[in-house]
Design a protein around this ligand. Structure first.
Ligand code: GKR
Ligand code: MG
Length: 437
């Protein structure tokens, strides 16, 4: 009988990486983004890595999960999902429009996702296969990503000695967004554009999209995501105004808050002859949102995320369900480092239904805070090819991890709070109001 491999240790590293002052309807990003690195080692001496969101909440969740992980066979992921991964149906309904990236109901699912990534990394290394092949093979040879544009204040992120060069500069006008797009596309080769909206008044954001359209032409699909900043009325007005610009593979993402309001926007857009799909990572955050989204016709493109939905295999399950329901699939992102970049790439490679270029915040992080051995993940024409190495295809630079971990402990940040940053630096009375326009 084959010898069973076991997880012999689990180490959790809380990390802080410099992050520029990006804006969204939540407020403004803090000078550091928090992440968590999970390192699993096996009795055979194989190390596997997972990355998750950061701060005190995730750390507690990983500690609670530890007794289930140490001693387990890394191949036995279904049992761990059954015990731990499934979303807590008794918990509060998703509130991602209140706290960016936080879905209280899915805390366990998110910690499961990082453990699964590390186990798949181990399995891939043991079998000498990339993770996308371990989970059923690749649907495409490279994972395409979009240029994720943000209005931002001047500053590259970090504080004091850690301050980063401001590669993109201040960007608070429609014209400067075109420069940001040109820079990012030239550097990475992205073929689709996502604009984070909900920051400037609607007319200025309409102008931004129009300028992007005339700068890049109809072969570059555009999407705009104001994170629910608009009323139904405003969403319809903008959807009608941008009918042409968002056509040809683009979409309107979370214009307004809540499934019913999204359904209302859709109904009114269709009545006006506008078929632009509505996408969501706010109204739809988990498996039990998919059916209502379809029944109400509130969402036509669901945004997956291998961190939030429960890993790479959950992303594949989501893709299958979306196909059955006739929904399109794209991928959401939040601040992340290179390890998550690879987790997202493998999820995309192995999910046949992922027909849109995925979101990524990667251009906003710098080489100085990369935790991968050999530096940053490389894009080829806006996409990440199947890596030549087994597992996730990357190794960790533990000197860098030590630096980012020490920094985490020296900083006061323990959870993301864009509203507080906004009050401190921009508007002392800032409060996130929905809808703002
Ligand atoms: O980084 O500010 C940000 C984004 O707004 C992020 O938090 C969102 O979760 O990118 C995300 C989205 O698509 O909603
Ligand atoms: Mg979104």
């Amino acid at each position: 009988m084959a010898r069973v491999m076991r997880i012999s240790s689990m180490t959790i590293h809380p990390l802080a990486a410099a992050d520029p002052p990006l804006r969204s309807s939540y407020g403004r990003h803090a000078p550091y983004a928090l992440r968590t690195l999970v390192v699993l080692k096996t009795t055979d001496g194989i190390a596997g890595y997972g990355e998750a969101h950061g701060g005190a909440g995730p750390l507690a969740s990983f500690e609670a999960l530890r007794p289930h992980v140490v001693g387990m066979d890394p191949f036995q992921l279904s049992g761990l999902w059954r015990k731990w991964g499934r979303p807590d149906r008794e918990g509060d309904r998703s509130q991602t429009w209140m706290v960016p990236g936080e879905n209280p109901r899915d805390a366990r699912t998110r910690s499961y996702a990082a453990i699964e990534a590390a186990c798949l990394d181990i399995i891939g290394k043991a079998l000498n296969k990339p993770v996308c092949d371990v989970v059923g093979g690749r649907a495409r040879e490279a994972a395409p990503f979009s240029a994720y544009l943000f209005y931002k204040h001047g500053g590259g992120g970090g504080l004091g000695q850690d301050e980063r060069e401001d590669e993109y500069g201040e960007c608070l006008t429609p014209a400067s967004m075109v420069s940001q797009a040109r820079h990012m596309i030239l550097k990475y080769g992205f073929k689709e554009i996502k604009l984070k909206g909900g920051v400037l008044a609607p007319d200025a954001e309409i102008e931004t999209i129009r300028l992007l359209r005339s700068a890049f032409g109809p072969s570059v699909p555009l999407r705009i995501d104001p994170n629910c900043a608009w009323s139904v009325e405003t969403s319809v007005k903008i959807g009608v105004a941008l009918q042409e610009e968002l056509s040809g593979g683009g979409y309107l993402e979370d214009p307004t808050a809540g499934m019913d309001a999204m359904a209302d926007v859709r109904k009114r857009l269709l009545a006006a002859g506008v078929e632009t799909p509505l996408a969501s990572n706010v109204a739809v955050t988990g498996f039990d949102d998919l059916l209502p989204a379809r029944e109400l016709d509130a969402v036509q493109v669901a945004l997956s995320d291998p961190h939030y939905w429960g890993g790479i295999r959950a992303t594949q399950r989501m893709g299958d369900i979306c196909e059955l329901l006739g929904l399109g699939v794209s991928m959401h992102s939040n601040n992340h480092l290179g390890l998550s970049m690879m987790i997202m790439a493998h999820a995309c490679l192995a999910t046949p239904q992922m027909e849109f270029a995925c979101d990524t915040h990667y251009p906003w992080q710098t080489a100085m805070d990369e935790i991968l051995e050999g530096g940053r993940v490389q894009f080829l024409d806006g996409a990440i090819p199947v890596p030549g190495k087994p597992g996730l295809g990357v190794e960790i630079d533990f000197d860098q991890v030590a630096r980012l971990e020490q920094r985490y402990h020296s900083l006061p940040y323990r959870k993301r709070d864009d509203e507080a940053e906004m009050r401190q630096h921009v508007d002392p009375n800032w409060k996130r109001i929905l809808p703002r326009w």
